[in-house]
Each structure stands twice: as structure tokens, then as C-alpha cells.
Design a protein around this ligand. Structure first.
Ligand code: IDP
Ligand code: MG
Length: 134
């Protein structure tokens, strides 16, 4: 069944010129890019997006990182989009992400791991609302 995932290329990915390469991977898989926007995120929005991580020791660092430059926000649509996007992205820590995944191919560090993808259909709906429904 067709489904939507929220995906965001983080400031390190945008800064390093990886937008085209990353979008291309989703398209080659058979998923479709249906909305996209290059913007910076206000601190308040970053804190809402990551509110489930508020108690983590890296929360302040994470908000600082995600607001440090432009991000490329996307809605990716297709069959099991949430699960397919997560498997193309790979595990949270690029050091543990296998080659062939986006984090495995382009990242080194868990604090700067290039890309975000919704982890569930419910969170995808919540994140799409937060980023694309003004
Ligand atoms: P996910 O992005 O793979 O879903 P989450 O556990 O939801 O991973 O964490 C959200 C983001 O927080 C990660 O993508 C990463 O940028 C950051 N993060 C997670 N763990 C750490 C850590 O141990 N140190 C610094 N940043 C972290
Ligand atoms: Mg997550």
C-alpha cells in the first residue's frame, strides 16, 4: 500500500552536496519525491521534532546540529515508504551502518549522520504535519 515518509537531509548532508545522490537512491528504489523544501529550522521546531529525545545527554548538541545550517525536507511516497526509507538510510550510527546504506556510505559519526527518516507511520504523519502543513 502506498504510504508517506518524512525524510530530512541534515545540515552536514546539504553542506557536503549530497542532496542529488540521496534523492536518486530513493528514486532508483522506486519511491517518489512528492514534496521538498530547502530551509533552516527554527530552534523551537527542532525541539518539537526531537521532543522524544529530550532526556538524552546529547539533546542540546542534536538541536544545535540540526539548526546549524539548511536542511532538505522531503515527503517520500510509495509502497511501505517508512520501512523502505529506513532500510535505505541504515542504522543510526554510521560506524555500524553497512556499505550500500546512505549512512554507511557517507557518514562516520553518530552525531552527524546525514539524514533523518520517520521511524513509524504515526511519526511520519506527525512529522509531515510539523514540516509541511503550515
Ligand atoms: P534515528 O535518526 O536513526 O531514528 P534516533 O535514536 O531517533 O535515531 O536519534 C535521533 C538523532 O539523534 C540521530 O539521527 C542522531 O543525529 C542523534 N543521536 C542519536 N544518538 C546519538 C548519540 O549517541 N550522540 C549524538 N547524537 C546522537
Ligand atoms: Mg528517530
Amino acid at each position: 500500500m502506498s504510504e508517506r515518509a518524512f525524510v530530512m537531509i541534515k545540515p552536514d548532508g546539504v553542506e557536503r552536496g549530497l542532496i542529488g545522490e540521496i534523492v536518486s537512491r530513493f528514486e532508483k528504489k522506486g519511491l517518489r519525491l512528492v514534496r521538498a523544501e530547502l530551509t533552516s529550522i527554527p530552534k523551537e521546531k527542532a525541539e518539537i521534532h526531537y521532543e522524544h529525545l529530550k532526556s538524552k545527554p546529547f539533546f542540546d548538541e542534536l538541536v544545535e546540529y540540526i539548526t546549524s545550517g539548511c536542511v532538505f525536507s522531503m515527503i517520500i511516497e510509495g509502497t511501505a515508504a517508512v520501512q523502505n526509507v529506513r532500510s535505505l538510510i541504515g542504522p543510526t550510527n554510521p560506524a555500524e551502518a553497512p556499505p550500500g546504506t546512505i549512512r554507511g556510505d557517507f557518514g562516520l559519526d553518530v552525531a552527524q549522520n546525514i539524514i533523518h527518516g520517520s521511524d513509524s507511520v504515526d511519526n511520519a504523519i506527525r512529522e509531515i504535519k510539523l514540516f509541511f502543513e503550515k
